[in-house]
Design a protein around this ligand. Structure first.
Ligand code: NI
Length: 255
């Protein structure tokens, strides 16, 4: 069965049908979901979801674009939440230079702080990195991310960058973008990345795969992503689903 490693089911895009949708996942072959916090509020909402649904686990953290809200007080609050049994990762954290705000120094400061936090609480990290490949890699090296472990979510860089993250033993979240016709570099990277380092993810409600590109995404579309990875690697879709499920359980310590 499919292990969905990156969803935002707390997003308002699911307000109309969240319960119905989540309750239908299992019958469509989705076994587990990691709901990912992107701000303090969405981290709180993620905790609510993981308490309500047995198959939902949580990555708790603050996305680079939301780091302006962090201070010492709420950072302490955040740290306390990792004692929850179903909190399995620190994320999503990282750098996003596509947006001018917050200032790069602010993003970098809280990226480092959250990497150190992950080391303290002994959990892997979910990294968001957009148009910031070099700084992401430099900071990860300086903070010895290879001792923390984790994944590069929605990997969007080249094969050469993939090699750098592989050297740190990181995993790669692959989602709907891999099905886009113009995603040539990503397809190349997916061909290169060993199957035992690939995770399936949606980043829903965003990034729906072809043939639903532009529409609201959900874990129900993951078979299209698995199908494309299978095509690129010349293996069966079932093997992709099975291997990525195994990889996710290993990374997030879910037996
Ligand atoms: Ni995300």
């Amino acid at each position: 069965m499919i292990f969905e490693t990156h969803a935002h089911y707390d997003d308002e895009a699911f307000n109309q049908d969240r319960e119905t949708l989540l309750e239908s996942l299992k019958e469509h072959g989705i076994e587990y979901v990691i709901n990912v916090g992107a701000s303090l509020q969405s981290t709180k909402n993620t905790i609510g979801l993981m308490e309500k649904y047995p198959f939902i686990y949580g990555a708790l953290g603050v996305h680079p674009s939301e780091t302006e809200e962090l201070d010492e007080e709420n950072f302490l609050w955040l740290k306390e939440q990792y004692s929850l049994e179903k909190a399995v990762a620190v994320g999503e954290i990282g750098l996003d230079y596509y947006w001018k705000e917050p200032d790069r120094q602010v993003q970098q400061k809280w990226f480092r702080r959250q990497l150190r936090l992950a080391k303290d609480v002994k959990l892997p990290v979910v990294i968001h990195s957009r148009e910031a490949a070099k700084d992401t890699l430099d900071i990860m090296k300086e903070e010895k991310a290879e001792e923390i472990g984790g994944e590069i979510h929605c990997f969007s860089y080249t094969k050469e960058m993939a090699r750098e993250f592989l050297n740190m033993d990181f995993y790669f979240g692959i989602g709907g973008v891999v099905t886009f016709q113009n995603a040539r570099k990503l397809k190349e990277a997916v061909e290169y990345i060993p199957l035992d380092k690939i995770l399936l993810e949606t980043d829903c409600p965003y990034l729906a795969p072809v043939p639903f590109r532009g529409k609201r995404n959900s874990s129900l579309n993951l078979p299209y992503v698995a199908e494309e990875i299978a095509r690129i690697k010349g293996i069966s879709r079932e093997l992709v689903i099975e291997a990525t499920n195994h990889n996710a359980r290993k990374l997030f310590s879910i037996s």
